[in-house]
Design a protein around this ligand. Structure first.
Ligand code: GLA
Length: 344
């Protein structure tokens, strides 16, 4: 019986939000929670996918796309590998995941990357980690209908848990960036659900494309000054201003050895996502305000696409759990159901 197993982590983005589909810079770090995929070759041409946490089993054949959301990611990966010439046999696939779903920690990228890694082993495919990330992104765009950038899949495929990964999303060049000395990452879920496809994500992307077109440039990465944006209508101008200032914040973070300076950039990122990019919510703002006011926190912001989901903070390591308890106590005291996600 031919079998393979592989896994891949979720990620949390420290800085560089909504910059990836504008050819910009991102700074994610992998989280310890992983998604694991097991595949077993079976007779016939049916693929059977069982998602343990969802308690669901979906069956399909290649060429007959499943309607279930989680199965579409797996289906997309299989189709893309087939398109590259691989013979995809009948399969029994088991998916189990510790990555929190739908909160901005890239559970879908972890599923795509783990699926592709498993196929690489099972079918002896010649795919490097960057190609895996690129195929994973295509699976999401072409089969799950989210016009995402490449950050999540690159992070899941290439990032480590103990340092951030700077990615230039235009060239895909990357380099390790240590976390500022004396700091650790805390992630809290706002408890507000977020569906990426149903959200304004694709709309934000279109607004950025329209702004770049109006400016006569290939992408907002090429903006060189804030004055350049003065010709744009208000909404496009604010979207473009976020992308320009956010790319600058990622660059500043690289020179910033101290946690306080890094945290300040995270605070500024949140303000920009809230006011210029308009992807925050009342709950995310409350959670971020509570985090920023807490002793032991260097900085905090929403992380991922926004519209709900999680917040990330940079904290003094010794006070991580104390900060989480204090902030969640106040947040949940106002009727919300936040929880700690990282550290798990
Ligand atoms: C989602 C997308 C990423 C990126 C972020 C926002 O996670 O999948 O490509 O655009 O939102 O930074």
């Amino acid at each position: 019986m031919k079998q393979a197993v592989a896994d891949a982590p979720g990620r949390v983005n420290l800085l560089g939000e909504h910059t990836d589909y504008n050819d910009g810079f991102v700074l994610p770090v992998a989280i310890t929670q992983r998604t694991r995929v097991t595949m077993e070759v079976i007779e016939g041409d049916t693929v059977e996918v069982h998602a343990r946490e969802l308690g669901e089993t979906v069956r399909f054949r290649l060429g007959e796309p499943p309607s279930d959301h989680f199965a579409s990611y797996v289906y997309g990966c299989l189709m893309l590998v087939k398109e590259r010439g691989a013979q995809v046999p009948g399969l029994r696939i088991e998916v189990s995941s510790e990555v929190p779903m739908g909160v901005g920690l890239s559970s879908s990228a972890a599923l795509e990357v783990a699926t592709l890694r498993c196929l690489r082993t099972l079918l002896s495919l010649d795919l490097d980690d960057v190609v895996i990330a690129q195929l994973a992104q295509r699976a999401e765009i072409e089969y799950a209908n989210v016009r995402c950038g490449i950050m999540d899949q690159m992070a899941s495929s290439l990032a480590a848990t103990d340092r951030a990964l700077l990615i230039d999303t235009r060239s895909l060049e990357r380099r390790d960036v240590p976390l500022p000395a004396g700091s650790a990452v805390l992630v809290l879920d706002s408890g507000v659900a977020r569906t990426l496809a149903g959200s304004g994500y694709n709309q934000r992307r279109s607004e950025c494309e329209a702004a770049a077109q109006a400016l006569g440039i290939a992408s907002l990465r090429e903006v060189t000054s804030l004055q350049q944006l003065d010709v744009l209508p208000d909404v496009q101008k604010r979207r473009a201003r976020h992308v320009y200032t956010e790319n600058a914040r990622v660059m500043s973070a690289l020179d910033c050895q101290d946690a306080r300076g890094f945290g300040q950039l995270m605070n500024e990122s949140h303000a920009s996502l809230r006011d210029d990019y308009e992807v925050s919510t009342g709950e995310l703002n409350l959670l971020v305000d509570l985090l920023q006011a807490q002793p032991g926190v260097f900085g905090a912001r929403l992380t991922g696409a926004g519209f709900g989901g999680a917040c990330v903070a940079l904290c003094e390591p010794a006070r991580l759990l104390e900060v989480a308890d204090a902030v969640l106590g106040k947040y949940n005291g106002q009727g919300h159901s936040g929880k700690r996600l990282v550290p798990a």
